[in-house]
Ligand binder design. Structure first.
Ligand code: HAM
Length: 415
């Protein structure tokens, strides 16, 4: 048997229902804020991610599915959504066509060659949104608010933690990097090998190391918040003011160690973690990306969550009844002896019901009456329409309520 590649999943049945439900709820929330859906290619030229995500990131260094196509071009399966959407924004002149601020939402498959474990796959889903054109913290606030609203609508907003931070603009970061370098150099031999390398390549990433010793050292490290320029500080303070006037007051934490694993961020960054401290959602501001990719300088802020991580929480948290409600409903199952005359009769009944919007499963195999009833139960059909010789001869239908077992007979024309 040929098995699927490691880190990929087949999604069907209950998980597919939940997954579709997540996408539907998310898009419904985002539509209320004026988001339009966008779809971009699954693969892009590799340079998009080298430039966009950053050459010193784990994603670009270790995790990308990159290959030469038959024409010798270097191609990469997208490891995230933002870079492709930013490229499309520039290439399709979306500012001209759709105006600013522009809000785009997506539901896409992304690929990262990561160590596979629970909640970490090599092909996974990102559902998110990007907002272009506003430099203002009120836009950051809107994005964070949307994220929390989505989780609330999905009824998984309990036991989660919203963490925010500001990375400031370049000036703030350069000031801070110097101070952090001085601090870490004093104890550099105590840091893990990865952090020692990051000290040289991408020093901010030292801050979100999960190694115990590094975490201890980071606890006493200078905090970026204390090194922000006046403008950056005001930007962050304004965002907090908005959060504090809503239900989110007291629902977020400022965490100076949120630095994010992608290089395009400036100023606001945020993450939402589940009860096990796993990131379900990440986002932030990336004002420099559009210009870096060759477009006209345009501010932007956005977020994405992992579809599978949210799905896993729902699988765990929802009651059987809640899950049942997400299932594709089957209103009627037609139970009959297979045969041309019965099929023609059944088809007219099914057609009429489907025109009225009901879900009807007609018998296509040649199963026994018992097997058909068993299947009707298995798929959770509400009613069975029994069509036998007698029903066809008399122009009637026997309808059985699958829950109560009650059976009635009606005229075929009444349906
Ligand atoms: P990210 O934090 O790298 O951000 O990914 C977003 C979410 O994708 C994570 O919070 C996590 O739930 C999920 N995720 C990441 N890696 C995996 C994996 N291997 N398996 C399953 N789920 C995973 C971004 O990618 C940014 N583009 C988000 C953004 C949009 N920032 C601004 N706009």
């Amino acid at each position: 048997m040929i098995q699927k590649p490691r880190g990929t999943k087949d999604i069907y049945s209950e998980e597919m229902d939940i997954y579709n439900y997540i996408a539907k709820v998310t898009f419904n929330v985002m539509k209320k804020y004026g988001f339009n859906e966008i779809s971009t290619p699954i693969f892009e030229k590799s340079e998009l991610f080298l430039k966009g995500v950053g050459e010193d990131t784990d994603i670009v260094n270790k995790e990308m599915y990159t290959f030469d196509d038959k024409g010798g071009r270097s191609i990469t399966l997208r490891p995230e959504g933002t870079a492709g959407v930013a490229r499309a924004y520039i290439e399709e002149a979306l500012e001209m066509k759709m105006g600013l601020p522009l809000k785009l939402m997506y539901n896409m498959q992304v690929f990262r060659y990561e160590k596979v474990q629970k909640g970490r796959q090599r092909q996974f889903t990102q559902i998110g949104g990007e907002l272009f054109g506003s430099p203002n913290p009120y836009a950051d606030f809107e994005i964070i608010k949307i994220c929390m609203e989505i989780l609330k609508e999905l009824k998984i907003d309990k036991n989660i933690v919203l963490k925010i931070n500001s990375l400031g603009n370049k000036e703030s970061r350069e000031n801070y990097k110097k101070v952090l370098a001085e601090y870490s150099d004093k104890n550099i031999e105590k840091y893990c090998v990865t952090c020692q390398r990051r000290r040289e390549t991408n020093i901010l990433r030292m801050l979100d190391c999960k190694e115990k010793e590094c975490k201890k050292l980071n606890n006493d490290a200078p905090k970026i918040i204390d090194y922000l320029t006046e403008e950056d500080k005001n930007h962050f303070e304004e965002l907090k003011k908005y959060l504090d006037t809503t239900k989110l007051k007291g629902e977020y934490e400022v965490d100076p160690y949120i630095v994010r694993g992608l290089d395009y961020y400036n100023r606001t960054v945020f993450e939402i973690l589940d009860a096990d401290k796993k990131a379900i959602l990440g986002g932030g501001r990336y004002d420099g990306l559009i210009e870096k990719l060759g477009g006209k300088s345009t501010e932007a802020v956005g977020f994405a969550f992992g579809g599978e991580r949210v799905k896993d929480i729902i699988l765990e948290k929802y009651t059987e009844k809640q899950k049942q409600e997400l299932k594709q409903k089957v209103d009627y199952v037609i139970v009959k002896e297979y045969g041309v005359e019965n099929n023609i009769y059944a088809n007219t009944v099914a057609e009429r019901l489907r025109e009225k919007g009901f879900v009807v499963i007609d018998e296509l195999m040649d199963k026994s009456f018992k097997a058909q009833m068993k299947n009707a139960n298995k798929i959770g059909a509400k009613k069975a329409i029994i069509i036998g010789k007698e029903e066809v001869q008399n122009g009637v239908l026997t309808i059985k309520d699958m829950e109560s077992g009650e059976q009635i007979q009606i005229d075929k024309e009444e349906i």
